[in-house]
Write a protein that binds this ligand. Structure first.
Ligand code: 3HC
Ligand code: NAI
Length: 712
């Protein structure tokens, strides 16, 4: 057997008994970083020239095929106007397809994006049973850029190819086999390389050599592309890449392969230059970045959570208990009265029953989950819990009382957590004998659905407690973001000014529907006023009363929500808030509310308000507060804020989160607009010093975060 390596051993070629094996070894995911495409091309040239080689296998090291193009390169390519450090993947795929000898892709782990495109340029594809394949580029704001939209329809048909490219979800090996994307799947336990070599001898060397680009049979069946575009628009609202991916697949139905490839390349480059792609790539890395906490590494202890306990079975306590049960962790739930306990459990049961009715899981799974939840009226068994999460009403005195009680009974090393939305973790910790184990675990409502977990560190919280909660979040299926201990932490501290401006706009004459529509059209899951109705207007009302003594006299406060709460209009839960709701909780505009607001705010002059003003005031209120948080160190990086807004508040991923959005608009422009608002509305709009500084420097929040990380 002979072995040869390409530059830096990214690609290794070996030959044995007429079969060549090209192994990609670019850990961790075998991405097509510069050097890999060159290595493959060099190996193919060698195979072509070597008359002893009859066929080749392309495989990835460490049981992974290829996770796609190196996403880190895209920013550089876009900045360089399309120039790359490495040869284009299309050129290499052309070399593979025209090798003249059968090349078989042997897929384990993932063949994604450029990985699947590489596999499709091979003459055959075989896969391990556990493998997945897909074209997830649209999740990065891109379309497949190396023939995916042209070769996939030739293997799987136009409709399926359009769906895979526009939705981006990977499929398993069995489905890929059914669709014709792979030619053979090996059973669990069978060695992939051995199977691929056998396949080469048995099939590839006995059949005429066919290139994917020549397989036109499946192109005859043309789906309704407009209907596909409409379905994609519904599923991925405003996502340009999903639409363009379908355009490119449609091109395969009427253009020759080479023309289709050129068309795909044009659309790919358009997408690559777009803000949507910059935003989504920022989110891809951000989701991974937020798990990285200075001072925490593999040596930092993380306690295993095998038993959990929750205090309070209300909206949040019930949802949090479900999170544990869903992850298979037994959880005790304590309430103050049988009635409250029954109400909480009934709500959990109803929620699970809905999931069973919708086919999300079976009745048996529901019963198993319910059996993991122990409802109780006392602290029995709390001394066994590895974590105790308090989720009672938002009031400092009540929280302190609860923490005194749990401090007395919890075992040594147990985490004592509060789900408080706003209150000081340090003040809560001060009543315990173990502030190093006291932490905030701020779930979002509904806790069993929302993916965000804000982990709030107090001044004394230990790294082990932080690490435990960050890991716990992952186990519960959440994205955990670390926040510092300030009023409202990251999410709610910024949400205050955002919702304040939404209300001010109505008080100045904008319609309720217009405010919500503008933010919805921007991409938010819901407008700010409708969100208030969903969360319960009483939640903020209760908090405002708690912190009334902190209000600065003479500074304008929104009036309408307090008045609505005084009328018992708490939002969806009472059938009325900013809107009125029918039995199915469908919202309608209530014209009375706008006339009441006019009455309540008679002294505020009313005027025409443009959509631009609505958008800028709501979003820049978020950005300005985010800048303060960042500067004060309550958020580690700007991307942490972005991830909080994505998973906790329905901010559209393709805008990158509020801070990335501001970076993309340009901080000098954002700063200028905030100065205009300051001139009109006063000190609530004083620009954050960090924003002012970065605007002056022509810098970005992202660059600042990188500088700050280096300095740490
Ligand atoms: N490029 C660069 N880095 C990548 C990468 C890629 N394609 N895929 C993953 N990484 C990095 C991650 O950022 C992470 O880095 P870190 O350790 O420094 O944080 C590391 O590899 C490991 O990644 P994960 O933590 O995500 O590992 P998992 O094992 O959980 O998941 C995976 C593996 C399913 C492959 C997942 O990483 C993934 O989905 N990757 C992206 C796949 C993708 O989108 N491919 C398409 C790229 S675009 C393209 O190919 C265009 C083409 O059409 C021309
Ligand atoms: P809720 O009013 O729905 O439930 C609170 C529950 O705590 C009630 O059932 C009450 O009977 C119970 N309780 C009160 N004292 C108790 C005690 N001594 N022992 C046991 N149970 C007791 O309140 P909700 O909305 O669940 O809020 C709980 C906490 O979560 C608050 O701190 C709130 O700020 C926070 N939060 C709320 C969110 C929301 O959207 N509702 C979102 C995120 C955090």
């Amino acid at each position: 057997m002979s072995t040869q390596s390409a530059p830096q051993d990214l690609v290794v070629l070996s030959k044995d008994n007429g079969i060549a094996v090209i192994t990609i070894q670019n850990p961790p995911v075998n991405a097509l970083s510069p050097g890999v495409p060159e290595g493959i091309a060099k190996a193919i040239a060698e195979i072509k020239a070597d008359s002893t080689v009859l066929a080749a296998i392309l495989i990835g090291a460490n049981n992974r095929f290829i996770a796609g193009a190196d996403i880190r390169e895209f920013g550089k390519i876009a900045a360089a106007g399309g120039k790359r450090d490495s040869i284009g993947l299309n050129e290499v795929l052309d070399v593979i397809e025209n090798c003249g000898k059968p090349v078989i892709a042997a897929i384990d782990g993932h063949a994604l994006g450029g990985g699947l495109e590489t596999a499709m340029a091979c003459h055959y594809r075989v896969a391990a049973a556990t493998a997945h394949v897909g074209q997830p580029e649209c999740k990065l704001g891109l379309i497949p850029g190396a023939g995916g939209t042209q070769r996939l329809p030739r293997l799987a048909g136009l409709a399926k190819a359009a769906e895979l490219c526009a939705f981006g979800d990977p499929i398993n090996a069995a489905t890929a086999l059914e669709l014709g994307i792979v030619d053979r799947v090996f059973a669990k336990g069978e060695d992939l390389l051995t199977g691929a070599i056998a396949f080469a001898r048995e099939v590839a060397l006995t059949q005429p050599l066919l290139r994917t680009c020549d397989k036109d049979a499946k192109l005859a069946d043309k789906p309704d592309f407009d209907a596909l575009r409409a379905a994609a628009a519904k599923r991925s609202r405003n996502l340009n890449a999903a639409q363009r991916a379908i355009d490119a697949v449609e091109a395969a139905s009427h253009m020759p392969f080479a023309e289709g490839l050129a068309y795909e390349q044009k659309l790919f480059m358009d997408c690559l230059y777009s803000d949507q792609s910059k935003a989504l790539i920022h989110i891809f890395f951000g989701e991974r970045e937020v798990a990285k906490i200075p001072g925490i590494d593999k040596t930092t202890p993380a306690f295993t959570i095998e038993q959990a306990a929750v205090i309070g079975a209300g909206t949040m306590g019930g949802g949090i208990a479900m999170c544990f049960a869903n992850a298979g962790i037994p959880v005790r739930v304590k309430e103050t009265s049988q009635e409250a306990l029954d109400r909480g459990l009934a709500s959990i049961r109803k929620n699970y029953a809905n999931s069973v009715a919708k086919g999300r899981f079976t009745q048996e799974a529901m019963d198993k989950r319910l059996a993991l939840i122990t409802p109780q009226l006392d602290y029995t068994g709390f001394d066994d819990a590895d974590i105790i999460i308090e989720a009672v009403f938002e009031g400092m005195e009540l929280k302190k009382q609860i923490f005194r009680e749990v401090d007395a009974i919890a075992k040594a090393g147990a985490i004592l957590a509060s789900n408080t939305s706003t209150l000081s973790i340090d003040e809560i910790a001060s009543v315990t004998t173990r502030p190093e184990f006291v932490i905030g675990t701020h779930f979002f409502s509904p806790a069993n659905v929302m993916k965000l977990l804000e982990v709030v560190r107090g001044a004394s919280t230990s790294l082990a407690a932080i690490n435990t909660c960050m890991q716990l979040g992952k186990k519960l299926g959440k994205v955990s973001v670390l926040a510092g201990n300030c009023f409202g932490f990251i999410g709610n501290r910024m949400f205050g000014p955002y919702r304040r401006e939404a209300q001010f706009l109505v008080e100045e004459g904008a319609s309720i529907a217009a405010v919500d529509q503008v933010l919805y059209d921007f991409g938010m899951a819901m407008g700010p006023l409708a969100t208030g109705d969903l969360a319960g207007l009483d939640v903020g009302w209760r908090i405002r009363k708690e912190v009334a003594h902190l209000q600065k006299p003479g500074v304008r406060q929104p009036i309408a929500e307090d008045k609505l709460c005084e009328m018992g209009r708490f939002g969806q839960k009472t059938g009325a808030g900013w809107y009125v709701y029918d039995a199915e909780r469908k919202a309608s505009v209530d014209p009375q509310v706008e006339s009441w607001v006019r009455e309540w705010t008679g002294e505020i002059p009313k005027r025409e308000i443009t959509n631009d003003e609505i958008l800028d005031r709501c979003l820049y209120a978020l950005v300005n507060e985010g800048a303060r948080l960042l500067e004060e160190g309550f958020a580690l990086r700007s991307v942490d804020i972005d991830i909080v807004y994505l998973y906790g508040y329905g901010f559209p991923a393709y805008r990158g989160g509020p801070m990335k959005y501001a970076d993309l608009v340009g901080l000098p422009k954002v700063y200028q607009r905030i100065k205009e608002f300051e001139a009109q509305h006063g000190e609530l709009w004083t620009p954050a010093p960090l924003l002012e500084q970065l605007a002056r420097e022509g810098s970005t929040f992202e660059a600042y975060s990188k500088r700050a990380a280096v300095a740490r």
